[in-house]
Design a protein around this ligand. Structure first.
Ligand code: C2E
Ligand code: CA
Ligand code: CA
Length: 624
């Protein structure tokens, strides 16, 4: 930067050149001295060359190195100063006349002083120019031996230290201000980098990702393909809650490292909120995108070691590509988000690429969201009941209440489709209260030894006044609280929530029982089975029927059943569809069973009929 100050304002160079060349021309003309004519030509040539080179080099400063620029300037400056100094010395020594001498000496000194101030940015140049103008002039003065000229020579020499100190001051001021400008620029750069970085992982944050996306999108053409991988760690909240945030942070850091390693060169890797990551990159084609996705997946699923402990983290991936799935960054994000949602709905731990059906699903979800609020008033919802059967006696011990939505246009909607929407939107609280009230009312009409099981979402339980809502439903229906069972999933217990414990305590006190639903699908930590008063464990149907059934699942059922019998809990096998399955789970130690083998979920009047049939059989047995 100091060197470039030499090249700023070529106009001041031009003024200096014009003044001195003009003066020399006048001096040559007045004195008719041949050498002054030569000096005039030389000065004009060097001066013109310097102004020109200043203009050219200043225009494309990036191409020439600092050294070249400085050297070029030095050669020009020194030769010009020397030529001028020699010219002035000539006018003194060869006695060209007082006026010519005055003109040239004054011009030369003026030039020397002015230029050394101008070029204070490079002290060698400033001092060199001053010396080359002043020293020949002073020597010529001394050589004449005349008192006045010797005095002049002395003053000229004194100029040198005086100007060095002045130029030195200018240099310091210039250098310091350049340095502080540099520092504040670096600081600003650093601040900007920090603002775009995630503190925990060192990856880009949302702002960083936005920035990278804008930069990339500005440079795309019709040929460019871009892929966006949206990665969500499955059930990471559980890792955080069970093992603590410091461990969670370390897992995030390791995930970040692995992502960085596995991402293509030039990709932007960002952390996007708690446990979500985004890899944004140019990509050659879909096949390569698929390969990258599977590499990312494998890397994250590889077990982590934290303090010697093995930890497994699973992830879901949503991928969208440009230009296949859209034309701008926003649609790309939306597409990947929808694909990720699909990956999670499909059972997590998998990758989904965006396709247009997902947009249709989104539209459907939005519709469901809107219509669910009015569905209750319109009487489109009803509760079905599925028997839970004693595997020893074959008698119905309870019914599970399962909500059904008969939509006037869409037909029957599955709870798996609208319960998550109800949870997302908070409608589940109203919906849940309605379901409990209905179920309690129906159950009140059943024999005393048959209870009803109602599913509760965690959100419902954490809502203020949750316990009161259930108590009210029981009171209004006149149902003994001991005949009400609430099915909860283990995700509820992972979080050490005060409200949850209070809810369970309050209802347990009046006799309401709790069942642990879908056991085996989540974290399956057994700790809370002791902590909370659970009366039942429902082993998920994936252990009974489905791809994973085998010796391992059989062993798990056996272990759980044994634990159940020790702790005096009922173990329910869900999803029993065949007699073989019923026999297998019974043999494994399950006490209760539920599934299509016994009955599907049926409307209340059919549930009542099933019970009536059972009683009739009893009577027939007694009589006959
Ligand atoms: P869940 O609590 O695990 O309920 C059991 C589900 O398995 C029911 O599906 C039931 O119809 C089905 N099922 C029962 N026997 C068999 C069988 O033999 N084979 C197969 N393949 N499936 C069987 P449904 O009614 O579609 O409910 C799905 C899920 O929706 C429930 O799973 C529950 O988590 C939720 N859900 C249903 N009703 C409610 C409700 O009133 N409130 C809340 N919060 N969630 C509900
Ligand atoms: Ca259930
Ligand atoms: Ca279940």
């Amino acid at each position: 930067m100091l060197v470039t100050t030499l090249y700023t304002q070529p106009s001041s160079l031009a003024i200096g050149a014009v003044a001195t060349v003009g003066a020399t021309a006048v001096a040559a003309y007045v004195s008719q001295a041949f050498w002054l004519g030569v000096a005039c030509v030389v000065l004009a040539a060097v001066g013109a060359a310097r102004v020109l080179s200043a203009i050219v080099l200043a225009a494309d400063d990036r191409k020439a190195s600092t050294q070249t620029l400085e050297l070029a300037y030095e050669i020009g400056a020194f030769s010009y100063a020397l030529a001028l100094g020699l010219t002035a010395a000539y006018t003194i020594w060869w006695e060209t006349g007082a006026q010519v001498e005055l003109l040239m000496v004054a011009n030369t000194l003026g030039y020397g002083i002015g230029v050394s101030a101008r070029n204070a940015g490079r002290m060698t140049i400033a001092v060199g120019q001053l010396a080359l103008t002043c020293v020949p002039t002073a020597i010529a003065c001394f050589a004449t031996g005349e008192l006045t000229r010797i005095a002049l020579g002395m003053t000229i020499l004194l100029l040198i230290p005086a100007m060095i100190s002045i130029a030195g001051n200018i240099f310091t001021v210039l250098r310091d201000s350049i340095a502080s400008a540099e520092t504040s620029r670096k600081l600003a750069d650093k601040m900007q980098r920090l603002a775009r970085t995630d503190v925990v992982t060192g990856l880009a944050n949302r702002a960083g990702l936005d920035h990278a996306m804008i930069e990339t999108m500005m440079r795309v053409d019709a040929e460019t393909r871009i892929a966006l991988f949206w990665i969500d760690l499955d059930r990471f909240k559980e890792v955080n809650d069970l093992l603590g945030h410091p461990v969670g942070d370390r897992v995030l850091k390791q995930v970040a490292e692995r992502l960085r390693e596995v991402s293509p060169d030039g990709a932007t890797v960002a952390r996007f909120g708690g446990d979500e990551f985004i890899v944004f990159t140019r990509i050659a084609d879909r096949q390569i995108a698929e390969r990258v996705a599977s590499e990312i997946h494998c890397e994250i699923m590889r077990p982590f070691r934290i303090d010697g402990e093995r930890l497994e983290v699973r992830a879901s991936l949503g991928v969208a590509m440009l230009p296949d799935h859209g034309t701008d960054a926003d649609t790309l994000m939306q597409g990947a988000d929808l694909a990720l949602y699909r990956a999670k709905v499909n059972g997590r731990a998998q990758t989904c690429f965006f396709d247009s059906s997902m947009t249709r699903d989104l539209v459907r979800r939005r519709e469901i969201e809107e219509e669910l609020r009015i569905a209750i008033q319109r009487d489109e919802l009803s509760i079905f009941f599925q028997p839970i059967v004693d595997l020893d006696t074959g008698r119905i011990r309870a019914f599970e209440a399962l909500v059904r939505w008969f939509h006037p246009e869409k037909g029957e909607l599955k709870p798996d489709e609208f319960i998550p929407v109800a949870e997302e939107t908070g409608v589940i609280v109203t919906l849940g209260n309605w379901i409990t009230a209905q179920a309690a009312r129906v159950a009140a009409g059943w024999p005393d030894d048959v209870s009803v099981a109602v599913n509760l979402s965690p959100l419902q339980i954490r809502a203020p006044g949750a316990a009161l809502g259930i108590k009210n439903a029981l009171r209004e229906a006149g149902l003994d609280p001991r005949r009400m069972e609430l099915e909860v999933t283990e995700s509820l217990f992972i979080e050490d929530n005060h409200a949850t414990a209070a809810f369970i305590d309050e209802l347990s006190e009046i006799g309401v029982r709790f069942a642990l639903d879908d056991f085996g699908t989540g974290y399956s930590s057994l700790g809370y089975i002791n902590t909370f008063p659970l009366s039942k464990i429902k082993v998920d149907r994936s252990f009974v029927s489905g791809a994973h059934v085998g010796r391992k699942s059989d062993a798990i059922i056996r272990a759980v059943a044994e634990m159940g019998s020790t702790l005096g809990m009922d173990i329910v096998a869900e999803g029993l569809e065949t007699i073989e399955q019923v026999q297998a789970v019974r043999e494994a130690g399950c006490t209760l069973g539920q599934g299509y083998y016994f009955s599907r979920a049926v409307p209340d009047y059919l549930a009542a009929m099933l019970l009536a049939q059972e009683r009739e059989q009893d009577i027939r047995q007694v009589n006959g």
